[in-house]
Every structure is written in structure tokens, then in C-alpha cells.
Design a protein around this ligand. Structure first.
Ligand code: RM4
Ligand code: MN
Length: 393
């Protein structure tokens, strides 16, 4: 598979041309660990500047036309104006991420808090996010809850599930016809004993109960080490319950490093299941989003690199010879089946992607193009002073 034939190249590049990857507003802002945030020069000071950076990533890659917002980090007075600004820049607003994890009231949980007043406040925030979606034209409400407990006996595990279900129901019932609720899971952190949505099974069960507009989102960093994520992808796709991804990489826990940096082979295996499920097409409804933090590396090039990493894994997945694989699987030919997959994985797809970019009127090397563009010098000068954006409202 070192030299894919012309029809294969044609099929693969067509699919890659149509691929869509959403970048997160918060990845352009300052971030760090609980030990230290190292501020960077030129970092956006408001949602408009984050969108400008996202638009730059799209201009260079051609496949990142939407940017996700996080509320309240990206709260503005006039969302229609923000949406207009995005369109002027050549992008549109994507998923709205609710944030019910940074208020003092949420110490014991948000939608699962034992105090009904706190639950009301958290649910009202979810409803506010749907109001925002109406104004931004966003399709997806993405929910991640930090809710959980630290000590056995701290709260009633089962009652918390009831409270969660009631909150999700209220948010779900507020959705318009073309809107979706994407429920994200994470096994632990910040809660260390129980987490109320710890795994895909819990998320799936709640989504099933809610109805067709509720789907699961897989954040690739939110699993125990060794978890077979591609199995989860295959299962949820088959069930029609995969809504999207928050892509990033992990070595240990929720590291939020660049997707494809820690384990490009895993990313390939995930994308293979996507291709196998015919879910790459934008109209298949899977949101391919990044959820990353660039704590020590320059942010815009890191996001460009991440987009390219997803493209490379996708290209390799598209190169899998599906007929040969199916034949080997039918024949029970374990070694050939595995070899078909590995042949595709070992193909150097970078020249094909460079050629595709040239065909799309882009620079074949987006990272070099960014370095040459003068964009960084400009934002560094323009964004001197003011309050840099970070993980605060
Ligand atoms: C969470 C989760 C959410 C993200 C926040 C910042 O761990 O991954 O998707 O919005 O972090
Ligand atoms: Mn996430």
C-alpha cells in the first residue's frame, strides 16, 4: 500500500476534502495545570479574538470551519453579532459547551447537588445555553458534568442519578427540532470516589432514555488506561448513539495534549471504525471536535498540527482495503486481516495530503505557511495589554 492507485487516491482525497474538524475557543486561550498557567504572547482577550484565531486555522487547513464556544468563558452581550463576526471571518459557531463546574455553589455538584436551589441554578444555565444556540445557530449542546463525590457515604449514588436524569430531561425538552444534546463522560476528576457520568455506558443509558436528539460524545482523554476506545466507537455508531468526539491525547489522565501525539495508532483505529460505519461524511452527524489545552507550546500551530494529525489518521483509515479485509475476516485469516490494517497504517499519507491542500488552493504545509504569514507578529502587537482569556468568565 505504499502507492495507492489512482481510483483509491481519488476516493480518499474526496473524503478528506469533505472532512470537518471543529476547534475549541478555549484552546486559543491561556491554560495550564493546577500548578501554574504560563501566559503566552498574543493570546486572545475576548471571544472575537478567539474566533479570529480559529478562522486563521481554517484558512490554512481548509477543514476547520467551525469553532466551539464555552459558556460563560465566551459570554457576550450579542450572540448574533458574534455569529456575524465569525461569518465575516469565514467560520461559523459550533457546539455550545455548558459550564457548571466553576461556581462556588457547585462544590457538592451541579445538576446532582443535594440542594434543589443549586440544581435549579445549574439547570437554568443549561437552558440559557440552548437560548444561546438559538442565536448562534449552533446544533449541539455539549454537557460535561464534574459532579461526583469524594467519600463513600457522602451522598446517595442512586438519588444523584435521579437528579441527573431530571436535569437532562429539562434540557432535552428545551431543544429545537434540529438541536442535539451531547452527553460527555469522564471516569474521574475532579471527583475522586464516584462520578455521576463516569463512562460511556452511563451516558448511553441516559441518552437512550432521553430520546433521539441525545447522543454520547467521546472525549478520547476520559478513559482508564488501556480502554479500547474504538470498541466504544463501533458500539455507539451501531446503536446510532454516537454524537461526536472531543479529540485530544493522554499519557496518564485527562492530559488534553494534541490529538495523535500520544498514540497515533489508536487514533487510526478510531478513524477506521468511523470509516467502517460510514460516519465520516458531514451529513452522518458526527461532530469531530478538538478539546485540548496548549500549556507550553504555541497555541495556533499546535491546533493546526492537531487538525493535520486527525487528517493523517483519517487518510490511513480511508486507505484500508475494505474488500481484502472483509475477505480475510470471512476466511478467518487472522494474519492477513491484521496485515491489511497495518498496511494502511504504515502508508505515508503526508504527500497525498500536501497534494490535496495544493488542489484546494492551500499551502501544502500549513505549519510553515503560518510561520511565514506574519499573523503571530500581528496579534502579538495588537493584543498587548488588556486581560488575556483563560479558564475564567
Ligand atoms: C472537561 C471536558 C469538557 C471540557 C472541559 C474544559 O474535562 O472535557 O469537554 O469542556 O473539560
Ligand atoms: Mn471534553
Amino acid at each position: 500500500m505504499t502507492h495507492p492507485d489512482a481510483p483509491t487516491r481519488q476516493r480518499v482525497t474526496q473524503a478528506l476534502r469533505n472532512q470537518r474538524i471543529e476547534t475549541p475557543s478555549w484552546a486559543y486561550a491561556n491554560s495550564g495545570t493546577r500548578f501554574k498557567v504560563f501566559p503566552q504572547e498574543g493570546v486572545p482577550r475576548d471571544p472575537y479574538e478567539k474566533i479570529a484565531d480559529a478562522a486563521m486555522v481554517h484558512r490554512l487547513t481548509g477543514v476547520a470551519p467551525t469553532v466551539a464556544l464555552h459558556i460563560p468563558w465566551d459570554r457576550v452581550d450579542d450572540y448574533a453579532d458574534l455569529a456575524r463576526y465569525a461569518t465575516d471571518q469565514g467560520v461559523t459557531l459550533g457546539a455550545i459547551n455548558a459550564n457548571v463546574f466553576q461556581d462556588n455553589d457547585y462544590k457538592l455538584g451541579s445538576v446532582t447537588n443535594p440542594d434543589p436551589g443549586v440544581r435549579r441554578k445549574a439547570i437554568d444555565h443549561l437552558l440559557e445555553c440552548v437560548d444561546i444556540m438559538d442565536r448562534t445557530g449552533s446544533r449541539d449542546l455539549k454537557l460535561w458534568f464534574s459532579d461526583g463525590t469524594n467519600y463513600p457515604g457522602q451522598d446517595d449514588i442512586r438519588a444523584r442519578q435521579d437528579r441527573l436524569a431530571a436535569a437532562l430531561r429539562e434540557a432535552y425538552d428545551r431543544l429545537g427540532d434540529d438541536q442535539r444534546l451531547l452527553l460527555e463522560y469522564k471516569l474521574f476528576e475532579p471527583a475522586f470516589y464516584t462520578t455521576d457520568v463516569p463512562d460511556w455506558g452511563t451516558a448511553y443509558a441516559h441518552c437512550l432514555e432521553l430520546g433521539p436528539k441525545a447522543q454520547v460524545v467521546i472525549d478520547t482523554g476520559h478513559h482508564a488506561p488501556g480502554t479500547n476506545i474504538e470498541f466504544i466507537v463501533a458500539f455507539l455508531l451501531r446503536a446510532g448513539k454516537l454524537g461526536g468526539f472531543d479529540f485530544n491525547s493522554r499519557f496518564y489522565a485527562d492530559d488534553d495534549l494534541m490529538v495523535g501525539a500520544a498514540d497515533p495508532f489508536q487514533l487510526f483505529r478510531i478513524m477506521h471504525e468511523i470509516v467502517r460505519g460510514d460516519a465520516l461524511r458531514p451529513d452522518a452527524g458526527i461532530a469531530f471536535m478538538l478539546d485540548q489545552c496548549h500549556n507550553i507550546e504555541p497555541k495556533i500551530p499546535a491546533i493546526i498540527r492537531s487538525v493535520m494529525n486527525v487528517q493523517e489518521a483519517t487518510a490511513k483509515a480511508l486507505l484500508v482495503d475494505a474488500d481484502a479485509l472483509a475477505a480475510a475476516q470471512r476466511a478467518g485469516d487472522v494474519l492477513t486481516a491484521n496485515a491489511v490494517l497495518m498496511d494502511a497504517y504504515h502508508t505515508d499519507v503526508r504527500p497525498m495530503l500536501a497534494e490535496l491542500r495544493a488542489d484546494m488552493g492551500l499551502d501544502p504545509d500549513p505549519i510553515a505557511a503560518y510561520a511565514r504569514s506574519g499573523y503571530f507578529a500581528r496579534i502579538r502587537a495588537e493584543r498587548a495589554g488588556g486581560q488575556q482569556a483563560g479558564w475564567g468568565a
